[in-house]
Write a protein that binds this ligand. Structure first.
Ligand code: CA
Length: 241
């Protein structure tokens, strides 16, 4: 996730940038209203309303005119009157100073979750044969969601929780491409700060484990296919297991 942080105070900006980066967020910063309106391509704008050059509400309205990007406003205590006006300018939510890191992160998560609910984020329908209760067979893979065990040609894979979840989402898609957004949404869900880089790391370790299992002649190495710029899919053989 990429956030535009609009904050004139360097110290506050540095602390927030640090906090967000530790949660896997890519942060760009604007120190003025003018900079905020320079056409950033981001997933969310965190907007301090007390800016030196422009009224915060005017920045909101200007952002809204050009984009549907989610906006969380940061207001100072005692500006209750303004908050109603703010919501009318098109902000999605606001936090009041002083706020805790936990509150800010929770609000960002909630806003992103709400605004991500588009058709593109709808998970693909399961299309894989299910031999047992909820069990999935995809090519050489046998996945049991109940016991969270995966075997490749009867050799059990030792997967981390996230690796298992990723594999399960891919298997349930039955060979259809799962977008990076879908994988992040399904695997990291409410703790949305799994970044695409985190996803890449997990896909890489998952691939390595599948390749290892393939060392004795099995075909696990190229099971996960990456569709550049879109997401990942399982290479499903044409015949169903
Ligand atoms: Ca300020």
């Amino acid at each position: 996730m990429h956030i535009l942080l609009v904050e004139d105070d360097d110290r506050v900006a540095a602390a927030l940038t640090d906090l967000l980066r530790r949660h896997g967020v890519v942060v760009s910063r604007a120190a003025t209203g003018q900079e905020a309106l320079a056409g950033h391509d981001v997933d969310l704008v965190l907007l301090d309303l007390g800016l030196p050059d422009m009224d915060g509400a005017a920045v909101c309205r200007a952002l809204r005119r050009s984009s549907a990007v989610p906006i969380i406003a940061v207001t100072a205590r005692g500006e209750e009157r303004d908050r109603v006006l703010l919501l009318r300018t098109g902000v999605d939510d606001y936090v009041v100073k002083p706020y805790s890191s936990a509150e800010l992160l929770a609000r960002i998560e909630a806003v992103v979750r709400r605004t991500r609910r588009g058709p593109a984020a709808t998970p693909p329908r399961p299309a894989v044969s299910a031999p047992g209760r909820g069990r999935l067979r995809v090519g050489p893979l046998d996945i049991d969601p109940d016991s969270r065990r995966v075997t490749v040609h009867r050799t059990e894979l030792q997967l981390s929780r996230k690796e298992f979840d990723i594999l399960l989402v891919l298997a349930r898609a039955g060979g259809a491409v799962c977008t990076r957004e879908t994988l992040l949404d399904q695997v990291w869900g409410a703790t949305l700060f799994g970044s695409t880089r985190t996803l890449d790391v997990h896909i890489a370790t998952l691939r390595a484990k599948l390749a290892e299992s393939a060392a004795d002649g099995a075909d696990g190495a190229d099971l996960i296919e990456t569709v550049r710029g879109v997401g990942h899919r399982l290479r499903v053989p044409t015949h169903r297991a």
